[in-house]
Design a protein around this ligand. Structure first.
Ligand SMILES: NC(=O)c1ccc[n+]([C@@H]2O[C@H](COP(=O)([O-])OP(=O)(O)OC[C@H]3O[C@@H](n4cnc5c(N)ncnc54)[C@H](O)[C@@H]3O)[C@@H](O)[C@H]2O)c1
Length: 303
């Protein structure tokens, strides 16, 4: 599916990104394996993870090169694009997978924890996309796959920074897909669920039934389950799939609905606060989505 194509996969040294890089190489792509080897909170530098993935790909007969840049640096991102073109003669696919977590309830969150997470997830998406979008526009071909999360789509306690950034990546998808119409560039987002160090850091539910369900679910959510969707979205075959948010978790593949007004009331001359209280809200209540307080943000087939 990816024969002759060149891909950048950010955060490809571990977890989901590693599996994406390996499967892309297996399907014929030449891969820039980007990863500065950060800790879960974004600290540190380690060349080991990217080196190991490139060695694995080469051992299996594929083509790959390491890149240790950070998606938080625009210069590093333009460097990734240059490296892809200089090394492999082109660039066709960008996978924005890099990520960190700094979970805190908002009332305890420091400005640094807020900024660090927004910087990797949201600014990181801008930096990589901005670095390659004109190349894609000029060659009239490109596949961009962003990484979002159920945390942003539905809401997860302790993750206002992460969820806000992740929902931002889907807005980017919707708008950039429109801006890229007619250019043979597709832009989509994936909401994955997989057992990685990221999910292991989320505390187990106190309820033993929910905790057991989480354990069972995690046992069947190997990160390799995410890569096939990314490979497909990156292929020429997926030319008509754009502006979408798709989810994948263990055996489940799903799409998120486009956000749109659910029900509309009209009152000529506008609304007063009293009319909203006495008429408007009452009429809309069955259509308002309740805020679910559970830590499990998706319907759970294991309970
Ligand atoms: N695991 C899940 O269930 C899950 C759920 C929803 C969304 N996601 C998203 O999927 C993506 C992959 O997550 P994962 O679970 O594999 O995490 P992971 O922690 O296993 O891997 C993330 C990788 O990103 C790299 N990274 C961190 N900061 C970087 C930076 N500044 N520049 C480049 N690379 C950087 C890290 O070094 C690491 O190797 C993330 O965007 C994450 O938010 C994961």
């Amino acid at each position: 599916m990816l024969e002759g194509k060149v891909a950048i996969v950010t955060g490809a040294g571990r977890g989901i990104g590693k599996e994406i890089a390996k499967l892309m190489a297996k399907y014929g792509a030449k891969v820039v394996v980007n990863d500065p080897g950060r800790a879960l909170d974004g600290a540190g530098d380690d060349k080991g993870p990217a080196d190991e993935v490139v060695a694995e790909i080469k051992k299996a007969g594929g083509q790959a090169v390491t890149n240790y840049g950070s998606v938080t640096s625009f210069e590093d991102c333009t460097g990734m694009v240059k490296q892809a073109i200089d090394t492999f003669g082109g660039l066709h696919i960008l996978v924005n997978n890099a990520g960190i977590l700094r979970d805190r309830m908002l009332h305890k969150m420091s400005p640094e924890d807020w900024k660090a997470v927004i910087d990797v997830h949201l600014n990181g998406h801008f930096n990589t996309i901005r670095a390659c979008i004109n190349h894609f526009r000029e060659q009239q071909y490109g596949r961009i796959i962003n990484f979002s999360s159920g945390s942003g789509m539905i809401g997860q306690v302790g993750q206002t920074n992460y969820g806000a950034a992740k929902l931002g990546t889907t807005a980017l998808v919707r708008i950039l897909a429109k801006e890229s119409e007619g250019k043979n560039i597709t832009v989509n987002a994936v909401c994955p669920s997989a057992a990685t160090r990221m999910t292991e850091s989320v505390p187990m539910p106190k309820d033993p039934v929910l905790a057991e369900a989480r354990r069972k679910r995690m046992a069947s959510t190997d990160p390799s389950r995410i890569a096939p969707l990314v490979v497909y979205l990156a292929s020429e075959d997926a030319k008509d799939i754009t502006g979408q948010v798709l989810g994948i978790r263990a055996g489940e593949l799903y799409c998120y609905n486009l956000a749109a007004p659910g029900r509309m009331l009209h009152h000529e001359g506008g609304w007063t606060p009293e009319m909203i209280r006495d008429v408007g809200i009452k009429a809309l209540i069955p259509f308002l989505t309740p805020v679910r307080m559970s830590r499990d943000v998706m319907p759970n087939p294991f309970v």
